[in-house]
Design a protein around this ligand. Structure first.
Ligand code: ADP
Length: 341
């Protein structure tokens, strides 16, 4: 279904060239759920943009569903992009349209007649479990429901490949699980090939058949998920496996974390209170524009409140971020600088 041969993608910048994707060879079979994992800047998004024709390779060849992406343009490229559809971290819904209208949108663009469109939208709403919410607007939906709309819309034109770009990174753990289960269900029912990119190993472990680990634009290791878990070969893969197999916060973990970064520091943020929801907190941290990377950690919800720890890497002054975090209502946040690069 997908074949990349010696793919290089070079961005030419004034400050020098960036090899975002470097000599990638990869084959993904029909019906597979394939995961690509890597830290921020590894080249995952660029790889996804090469798969759906938003970018063309500097050299090498990208073949998806029988089409050589770098050779097609215009109508053929538009057709290819109907067959290779995508869901996003922040859902990318049309806010002024209802659930039904959002899902119908790609069908309208494809020129599907109204009667057929209505029928198809009803099927999709059932498939993703949104019955009863057809006339709601995105602002009236939970994060998980928004992603269900995103999935239904992506499936509208019967794609052959579904690309998932950090599709659960903005969701809490429970909702993440339900969306991942939906993807497995769709994969089984429709035989759809799914490629997902993530920086979270638990996502890979939960649903992927095979995984490729990316670092500096290259695929440094790939194989069956179970094998990679049992025998990770590269240092970076071992770190990803640790995300799901070992408790956080040991000195060793922190040292590993800092090895990735030439400068800055690692902070440990401990949250205790009523309001700490992982998506809320990670959104606050991500909005903060001083080069913050959320490395690891988890905030858990319990009956009586919530608690958890996040490790972040920050390049720059952390004081402003700390101030913002102190303003989260009913939440105590303790910040500790645990290592300097
Ligand atoms: P990831 O998705 O793994 O975070 P990306 O594919 O976004 O990684 O980025 C890989 C590298 O390519 C980074 O160094 C990034 O800065 C660079 N890059 C990505 N897109 C562009 C672009 N449009 N122009 C210039 N550099 C880019």
């Amino acid at each position: 279904m997908i074949k990349l041969s010696n793919v290089i993608k070079l961005y030419r910048l004034k400050s020098g060239n960036v090899k975002a994707v470097d000599s990638v060879n990869l084959q993904i079979e029909k019906g597979e759920i394939f995961g690509i994992i890597g830290y921020s800047g590894a080249g995952k998004s660029t790889l996804i943009r090469l798969l759906n024709g938003l970018e063309k390779p500097t050299s090498g060849s990208v073949n998806v569903a029988g089409r050589t992406i770098e050779r097609i343009n215009g109508r053929e490229l538009r057709k290819a992009r109907q067959e290779i559809s995508m869901i996003f971290q922040h859902f990318n819904l049309l806010w002024s349209r209802t659930v039904r209208e959002n899902i119908a949108f790609p069908l309208e663009i494809a020129g599907v007649k109204k009667n057929e469109r209505l029928k198809r939208v009803d099927e999709l709403i059932k498939l993703v479990g949104l019955e009863g919410r057809e006339d709601a607007y995105p602002s009236q939906l939970s994060g998980g429901q928004k992603q269900r709309v995103g999935i239904a819309r992506a499936l509208a034109n019967n794609p052959k490949v579904l690309l998932c770009d950090e599709a659960t990174s903005a969701l809490d753990p429970q909702t993440t699980d339900s969306i991942l289960e939906l993807l497995v269900d769709i994969n089984k029912r429709l035989g759809l090939t799914i490629v997902l990119i993530t920086h979270e190993m638990h996502v890979i472990r939960k649903i992927c058949h095979r995984v490729a680990v990316m670092e500096n634009g290259q695929i440094v290791e790939h194989g069956d998920v179970l094998n990679v878990f049992k025998n990770p070969e590269q240092q970076i893969t071992k770190r990803f496996v640790q995300q799901v197999t070992e408790p956080l916060g040991t000195n060793e973990t922190v040292e590993h974390l800092l090895e990735q970064y030439p400068s800055g520091k690692v902070l440990k943020l401990a949250f205790v209170g009523e309001a700490a929801e992982q998506p809320l907190i990670t959104n606050i941290i991500r909005k903060f524009q001083v080069n913050v990377n959320i490395l690891q950690g988890k905030i858990s919800q319990t009956q009586g409140g919530s608690y958890g720890t996040l490790f972040i890497h920050i390049d720059g002054d952390e004081n402003e971020l700390v101030k913002v975090l102190q303003f989260i209502e009913n939440e105590r946040v303790e910040v500790e600088v645990i290592a300097h690069a």
